[in-house]
Design a protein. Structure first.
Length: 334
């Protein structure tokens, strides 16, 4: 059996539709239904990343708009049963971003001068008037990656896209930043070094993306329900090896909480939509989740900002600008 059991299919609605689970928890609170006795309830509160709010600033709930506010919401699970989320997972639900925590890490909230890229008209004018070292055709993930990499290496680049940035496949991914737990399973079963090295690379890139772009990439909690007793040690070994490998590859800076075991009672309480019949417990582990289209747009526009990287030449990028023909001079240059 794989480390990721078939129960994940059953759980998909509960994990992805976290709003439904949260609503069910709130309904249980107000209806005074029977819940684990060691559970304490707390509604979402707001906590300033640098200390208590100044006098006169309300902190009673979500602000009506982001204008004038930089409060970081704390998660709903800060009063979870004492045996539910020990260590990292409990801390994750209390304050870090994710499907329950919400908000951005401290530091992202701090204001500074706006980094506004040039307008589309300004960049088209720049393309007409200036010469470039690199022309990139296509504004998907591959194209903007080339633009970003080449620009930060000192080349003067421009990019054109016939439609919108990330209009195709780049906005239709799973939006997961996963280290490849299934590849790790294959590496163990087949003694495949290539699969293991692939997992190591993916885990390293996952940590880098979570660290570099916390506003569009966050840890994602994944619950693995277990309906057979023998699966508990088997799957525990798999996900624990996955976490330990991430610790080794990333020198301890994995950017995600560690794996945790949840009892059947706690699993049912935390995820009310999870089928409870025959449930023996569950494993809670973490991967990453990103906003793929926003990441693509950020990579396209960041190199166009003057001074984005010291010494680099600002790039130009324009959408809804199709390449019809490549006109070359007598030297074969475009």
């Amino acid at each position: 059996m794989p480390f990721v059991s078939k129960g994940l299919t059953t759980l998909s609605a509960a994990v992805v539709c976290s709003a439904a689970a949260t609503s069910a928890l709130l309904c249980r609170r107000h209806s005074k239904a029977k819940v684990p006795q060691d559970t304490k309830y707390y509604l979402t509160t707001y906590e300033h990343p640098e200390g208590p709010p100044p006098a006169g600033d309300p902190a009673k709930g979500p602000p009506s708009s982001t204008e004038g506010h930089d409060w970081a919401p704390k998660g709903l699970f800060q009063g979870a049963p004492s045996n539910a989320f020990k260590g990292g997972p409990k801390a994750f639900f209390e304050g870090a971003p994710g499907i329950f925590g919400g908000g951005l890490p401290p530091g992202v909230h701090k204001r500074g001068p706006p980094y506004l890229p040039p307008s589309r008209e300004e960049m088209i004018t720049k393309m007409k008037q200036e010469q470039f070292d690199v022309l990139v055709i296509g504004g998907g993930s591959a194209g903007v990656g080339v633009l970003f990499d080449a620009s930060t290496r000192g080349l003067k680049c421009c990019l054109i896209e016939a439609n919108d940035f990330a209009a195709g496949t780049s906005s239709k991914s799973t939006k997961l930043i996963h280290g490849g737990i299934r590849y790790l399973q294959k590496a163990f079963e087949d003694f495949d070094w290539g699969q293991l090295s692939l997992v190591c690379e993916a885990l390293e890139e996952r940590a880098h993306l979570l660290r570099a772009a916390p506003h569009i990439a966050q840890p994602l909690a994944i619950l693995m329900p277990l309906y057979s007793l023998w699966k508990i040690p088997y799957c525990w070994f798999g996900v624990k090896a996955y976490g330990l490998l991430a610790q080794l590859v990333c020198c301890g800076q994995t950017e995600v909480p560690p794996t945790s075991y949840l009892s059947a009672r706690t699993s049912s309480f935390a995820f009310p939509l999870l089928p409870a019949a025959g449930l023996k417990g569950s494993l809670l582990y973490f991967d990453g989740q990103m906003n793929d289209s926003r990441l693509c747009l950020s990579l396209a526009l960041s190199p166009t900002v003057p001074g984005f990287v010291d010494g680099m030449q600002p790039a130009a990028a324009a959408n809804h600008l199709a390449a019809r023909q490549l006109i070359k001079d007598e030297n074969g240059q475009i």
